[in-house]
Design a protein around this ligand. Structure first.
Ligand SMILES: NC(=O)c1ccc[n+]([C@@H]2O[C@H](COP(=O)([O-])OP(=O)(O)OC[C@H]3O[C@@H](n4cnc5c(N)ncnc54)[C@H](O)[C@@H]3O)[C@@H](O)[C@H]2O)c1
Length: 453
């Protein structure tokens, strides 16, 4: 289906439905009980799955819109990668991105453009190692499960899933097929985030007590646009109320806390403000008869509190519908000091003056992460300040080395499940909901993420 028909379909459904579309309402769309664990598990996989080393990594892309296309550009610059297939429902876009591959003097990738489930034909190929999934959210789980079942590793954009059941499907399929399922949380490779991780690991902040993260990004224009995310992101705001995009905020601070690797998220409570931003924006910018001039379920500011098994606390926020400058907050607080982003500042007891902040930059020479030291030049100009290049580089490096990936399916499930848990908590009066333990106890002894350093 092309973009035009996607758009018509949205308007039609929006006009008649008035309530939840395919994405469910309030509680998780699959009706699963948050906190419920599942039997089974594979301790040998959970200990840190590593597949056989690959000399080169042959990639099939599913979804080459803005973010998928940006990954293709990165992979054309990373040694040991071949892009052998591209699938997208938008054929002109698939052709455009394929032309970048041939333009780099590489063989033309095979195109799969026969509709929404044509990714199945791509997954059947026997000359693919990795299926890279940068589709809209509702396709994340179906494409990953199909790819792993067909014997391919998979990498998926964020969030990996937005229901509890979807998260379990990823974990169970990865364990059963013994394939990688990596969620591409690029913010874990941000220059500030990696520097903070190093500060934490070298003990500069003391014992960690509390972290804060967020996705505060005014997406109103994008949500009402006639292209790209405008074709699919708005529908999630119609019926869902919670944190729809938790992983940029939670990923980096979860790594500082060694979540799934010595600690784990245990309980979450969440509340949302009134929903005003989208309706006001629609009233200002659209004709009154446009079905998108309507009420939206998504509260403008959603705030969740999380407590970990080891007694640390997290504040996590989501706001994509307000006139507020961009921030992921990115605060890490310990017994000796605190570091935060937006703007980047640090306070270390005994080093910083009085109760004031110092600029984080003053610590760069001592704490720059080795991966940034190594790749700064190559990453220049790549997506999101270069961090996308580092995450793509590390994915390939791990697959070629036959090592565990920096982030694995448990991280993907645990960071993504906040979508569903926050929706449940908001819908049920901000009651505490429990995180499933996707690792089934292995979190106590799993090794910290390598992160190339
Ligand atoms: N990590 C980041 O910083 C970041 C930034 C932007 C987007 N994203 C994520 O990347 C994903 C894609 O976002 P985007 O901004 O590129 O959106 P987009 O709309 O630009 O791209 C999505 C692409 O998928 C295609 N598509 C839709 N259904 C498909 C199907 N069934 N099979 C094959 N192709 C299909 C569309 O035609 C489009 O080309 C989302 O999960 C989003 O959350 C992440």
């Amino acid at each position: 289906m092309g973009r035009g028909s996607d758009r018509r379909e949205f308007l039609k459904r929006g006009a008649v439905a008035g309530v939840g579309l395919m994405v469910g309402r309030g509680a998780p769309a699959d009706g699963a009980v948050p906190g419920a664990g599942r039997a089974g598990g594979d301790p040998s996989y959970a200990a840190g799955f590593a597949a056989a080393a690959l000399e080169r990594v042959r990639i099939g892309f599913v979804g080459v819109g803005l973010q998928g296309g940006s990954h293709v550009e990165n992979f054309l610059r990373i040694p040991g990668v071949e892009i052998v297939a591209i699938c997208d429902v938008d054929e002109p876009r698939a052709r455009e991105v394929a032309s970048w591959v041939t333009g780099a003097d590489r063989p033309a990738p095979t195109l799969y453009t026969r509709g929404e489930t044509d990714f199945k034909r791509l997954c059947e190929r026997d000359d693919l190692d990795l299926v890279f999934n940068a589709t809209p959210w509702r396709w994340h789980v179906p494409v990953c499960v199909e790819a792993m079942t067909a014997g391919k590793h998979t990498a998926v954009e964020v969030p990996a899933a937005y229901t509890v059941d979807g998260c379990w499907q990823l974990v169970e399929t990865a364990e059963k097929t013994r394939r990688h399922c990596v969620m591409m949380e690029n913010c874990c490779y941000g220059r500030r985030e990696m520097m903070i991780l190093r500060m934490v690991r070298e003990g500069l902040l003391g014992e960690l007590l509390h972290v804060e993260g967020a996705y505060i990004h005014d997406l109103r224009a994008i949500k009402f646009s006639d292209r790209n995310e405008g074709l699919w992101r708005l529908e999630h705001s119609i019926s869902r109320n919670g944190n729809l995009y938790p992983t940029h905020g939670i990923g980096p601070v979860a790594q500082c806390l060694d979540i799934n690797r010595g600690d784990r998220f245990e309980t979450l409570v969440s509340m949302s403000s009134n929903a005003r931003g989208l309706r006001l924006y629609a009233e200002k910018t659209l004709e009154a008869v446009d079905p998108r001039v309507r009420d939206y379920a998504l509260g403008d500011m959603n705030t969740s509190l999380i407590r970990t098994a080891n007694g640390r606390t997290v504040v996590l926020q989501h706001d994509t519908t307000s006139p507020r400058p961009y921030s992921r907050i990115n605060l890490v607080q310990g017994t000796v000091g605190t570091v935060t982003g937006y703007p980047d500042r640090v306070h270390i007891e005994g080093q910083s003056e009085g109760h004031g902040w110092e600029e984080l930059e003053a610590y760069r020479e001592r704490f720059e992460h080795p991966l940034w030291e190594k790749l700064e030049r190559e990453a220049e100009g790549a997506g999101h300040g270069g961090m996308d290049y580092l995450e793509d580089y590390r994915l390939i490096e791990c697959l070629r080395a036959g090592s565990a990936t920096d982030m694995d399916v448990y991280d993907a499930a645990d960071w993504s499940v906040i979508c569903a848990l926050s929706e449940t908590s908001v819908a049920e009066g901000s009651r505490p909901v429990e995180f499933p333990d996707f690792t089934r106890g292995a979190w106590k002894s799993r090794a910290p993420a390598a992160m190339g350093g």
